[in-house]
Design a protein. Structure first.
Length: 575
């Protein structure tokens, strides 16, 4: 019900009425008895109003007792944890003295750890979160210690059995931590699993099996993550450990002599599990409408595609079936990832997921086609894809297609041998220079066309794609010039190669500066300066020690001319 103030009521009466309403609202929210107790503790009568600052001044000294109470609570809970550990050591002592057989002692110890975890759950249900955190962490420590010792020292559990017991204990602790919102218990479970899994891998030489356990832990942490940092960072440790163990297992299984206990099956399962579980989890979450693309997801994708898929293709290549089936699946998944990136919703909220699946699709297509097609077919296919992506990027998703065109162009330059031919043309001796091959020439043509399209379009993906593509194209064109002119130059000059290289670098710097005047693209200006720096370094390192007076004359004339003309072009504004 709203009270209407008449016009004759003074402003002071209105303020008094508002203060009364605010006071009634406070009493309704906090409770009248609590307000009365607060006033009495501050030395203020219930009806007094002018002594409110006294209560505010009396509040800060209460902070010290609160901190002291928290310290005392932590000490008390630490004491309960120490007593729980004492019980575990009692079971161990009875086993060591022969009062109890080893196997029943291990079972009793695991049951004891389970009991401590159950007590932690009950404490959390009663609202004793600190007690639950300490007891849950203690139970996890006991279970991990038992698994580590019984698997390595007593050999009661085989490595697969010990890892299964560890998986059950870790699952219980993660379930407790997520259900009761106890991140401390979840962190204890994850870190303890990483330490115990790594220890078992070192002692029993089973990196594949231990890596599978940590792969499951990392996947579970990914699904348990929330917006809070205590849960969002939970999966980093098992992710890195699983990737490291997969790299170890793959290298051991693909080596000439495998270590004891290291099998190709567990290594292959772990290598395939990385992309299947991590990329599959992101796909499933995207279909459910909550992809949550963050730093951990991106790192997992990079590790899954390089260490996981790369290791699986390496292992499959050395088997009887070959790597063709797996490469075909990877290529098909890459096409599917591209379709998912460009055919689903286009809203701003889905941009992170679209970028993620587009880059995953690029990696899968590149890896799958590179492993499936014989050389030099991948270079030719990537050249066509690079040019096609750049053309599509003129009208559709330029921020994605420009970057992808540059990546495919660079991959084609490496796979076709163009990059190697170009580097040797500017650094190797005359006898070590390689002639240009047909795949390298086709790749250079596609690379030049791609660079031209990227330079005439606005840099929607930033300056890096155009810079990298133009650098490779300029290097390739300069190398072709060296290959074409070195024989005619040999008929005019003795030992003409150093001077020819300096001449081409000087001309390249001038041409790049002239192109900058025409386009205004900063990438060209940067490349012009790089060409000048490279020419100066080469002049000092190669021309002066090995040149003749005539070749030095030619080199100094052209390089000096470039030093005069390029800065003059740079001082003027681009057209």
């Amino acid at each position: 019900m709203t009270t209407r103030f008449p016009e004759e009521v003074s402003r002071g009466d209105r303020l008094d009425e508002l203060e009364k309403r605010v006071r009634r609202l406070e009493e309704a929210l906090l409770g009248a008895p609590d307000q009365t107790a607060l006033r009495e503790s501050a030395g203020q009568a219930p009806g007094e109003e002018g002594t409110a600052p006294m209560a505010a001044e009396a509040a800060p000294p209460e902070a010290a007792p609160a901190v002291g109470s928290l310290v005392l609570d932590v000490l008390a809970q630490t004491g309960w944890s120490v007593l729980a550990l004492a019980g575990a050591f009692l079971v161990r002592a009875l086993t060591d003295r022969g009062a109890m057989a080893t196997t029943p002692g291990v079972a009793l110890g695991l049951g004891y750890a389970l009991g401590v975890i159950v007590l932690a759950d009950r404490a959390a249900a009663r609202g004793s979160r600190l007690t639950a955190a300490f007891l849950g962490s203690t139970g996890g420590f006991i279970a991990n210690a038992i698994v580590a010792e019984t698997t390595t020292r007593f050999a009661i559990f085989s490595p697969p059995q010990g890892l299964c017991v560890l998986a059950v204990a870790t699952a219980l602790l993660l379930g407790l931590g997520r259900r009761r919102d106890l991140p401390a218990v979840a962190w204890t479970a994850v870190l303890a699993a990483c330490a115990t899994g790594g220890y078992l891998a070192l002692m029993t030489k089973t990196p594949g099996l231990s890596g599978l356990l940590l792969l499951l832990v990392a996947t579970a942490a990914l699904w348990l993550a929330t917006e809070r940092w205590t849960w969002r960072l939970l999966g980093w440790a098992p992710t890195l450990c699983a990737a490291a163990l997969s790299l170890w297992a793959t290298s051991e299984a693909s080596g000439p002599v495998s270590g004891p206990g290291v099998g190709a099956q567990s290594a292959m399962a772990l290598a395939l599990g990385l992309p299947l579980l991590w990329l599959g989890s992101v796909l499933l979450r995207a279909l459910l409408g909550r992809p949550q693309i963050g730093g951990l997801v991106i790192v997992q994708a990079a590790l899954a595609l390089t260490i996981g898929l790369g290791g699986a293709l390496n292992l499959a290549g050395s088997s009887a079936g070959g790597s063709a089936p797996l490469a075909t699946v990877a290529l098909a998944c890459g096409v599917g990832a591209y379709s998912l990136a460009f055919l689903r919703e286009r809203g701003p909220e889905a941009r992170d997921a679209r970028l993620y699946f587009a880059w995953v699709g690029l990696a899968l297509v590149a890896v799958g086609s590179g492993a499936l097609l014989p050389s030099p077919a991948p270079a030719l296919v990537w050249s066509i894809v690079a040019l096609g992506a750049t053309v599509i990027g003129r009208r559709y998703e330029p921020a994605i297609h420009q970057a992808h065109g540059a990546v495919f162009a660079a991959a084609a330059g490496v796979a076709s041998g163009l990059l190697t031919i170009s580097v040797l043309a500017f650094t190797a001796s005359d006898a070590a220079i390689r002639p240009a091959s047909m795949p390298a020439l086709v790749t250079l043509a596609a690379l030049t066309a791609t660079a031209t399209l990227l330079l005439v379009e606005p840099p929607a993906a930033g300056p890096l794609p155009a810079f990298a593509t133009t650098l490779l194209a300029a290097l390739g064109l300069g190398a072709m010039a060296v290959l074409v002119l070195r024989r005619p130059a040999a008929g005019v000059l003795a030992a003409p190669l150093p001077a020819l290289r300096t001449f081409i670098l000087a001309v390249s710097a001038y041409a790049l500066a002239r192109l900058w005047r025409s386009t205004g693209r900063k990438e060209l200006r940067t490349l012009a300066y790089l060409a000048l720096v490279a020419g100066g370094v080469k002049l000092l390192v190669e021309d002066l020690p090995s040149g003749t007076p005539l070749t030095l004359f030619v080199a100094f004339v052209f390089y000096g001319g470039a030093l005069l003309l390029v800065p003059r072009l740079m001082r003027a504004r681009p057209r």
